[in-house]
Design a binder for this molecule. Sequence first.
Ligand code: PPS
Length: 307
Amino acid sequence: MAVRKKIRAYSDEQHAEARDGLRCFPNGYKYRLLDGLVVPPYVTPQRYKLARTFETRPGDICYCSYPKSGSTWLAHIIVLITRNGVTPEDSTLRSNLNWVESSWTYPRSREELDALPSPRIFKSHMPYRMCFGGDPLTNSCKYVYISRNPKDVATSYYYFEKGKAWSGHYAGSWDDWLQSFIEGNVQRGDWFDHVLGWWEKADDGNILFMKYEDLLSNYTSEVMRLSRFLGYELSLETLDIIRQKTTFSNMKQDQFSNMHEIEDFEGFFRKGKVGSWKEQFTEEQLYMFDRLIEERLEGTGLTFDYE
Ligand code: PPS
């Protein structure tokens, strides 16, 4: 496996395939529409079709999330769970993962994916209705969805998308960004629809629903819950090794996990905490966003910690 070669920055010419499907919001943010969902240009119709129709097998794991919800952290934990805490040699986190819906950063053909040994780990940022592998209820993959409070997601996403090639080098203001986020006019669409789509299916057997905030505040019991769900029994010693390897500071400096091999990926490990929204939202924005959260999450049973 392995490969420490540099992954070139996203470019439409190399990665967008169906370039005539690319669009741009008036604020300059680039996207394409797939089944009515706003997605990045590198989520191409061909890759999406492969992801949707991919035949999973027992032992497969797919971790899913809305962007900026802690999925890379979760991915590192999953890789270590499946390897009893041992970091794979001569490879990077990215090269151990399979992001089928994306033509960048690691496209693999159906044949390459079929030839991979179990357990295969897949990544997806799709909503439930567009999920990797088709209908989660009728396939043999285990799905882990990680969610995060929407104030921190909106904040993290703003800093991540600024100036990136796949977002059309978006240079809009925070105010504009928040408005687009609320309207669902950012890549992967409306946060509430995304999270609630998975939340409503969370008790259906092969889906585990997690929260970033719980992982931060209750790491050991959350990782035990995750490993049992995936079918792995870990010793407390191994859990502790995994905990140390996946702290924010270790992931940021470790060549295995810090994504140094991807160009144009600066600022990925930004704050790694709960509550960085406090430095971002104005009082007026908070008032309005809190009302929106109340309205959209009311009666769903889904709540988040915000600090
Ligand atoms: S992406 O690009 O959508 O796949 O991003 P994703 O990995 O889902 O989320 C990125 C945010 O997760 C933070 N992060 C961590 N937090 C705590 N501990 C660890 N180990 C960790 N690794 C990544 C990352 O810093 C992003 O959040 P912000 O708030 O921007 O710091």
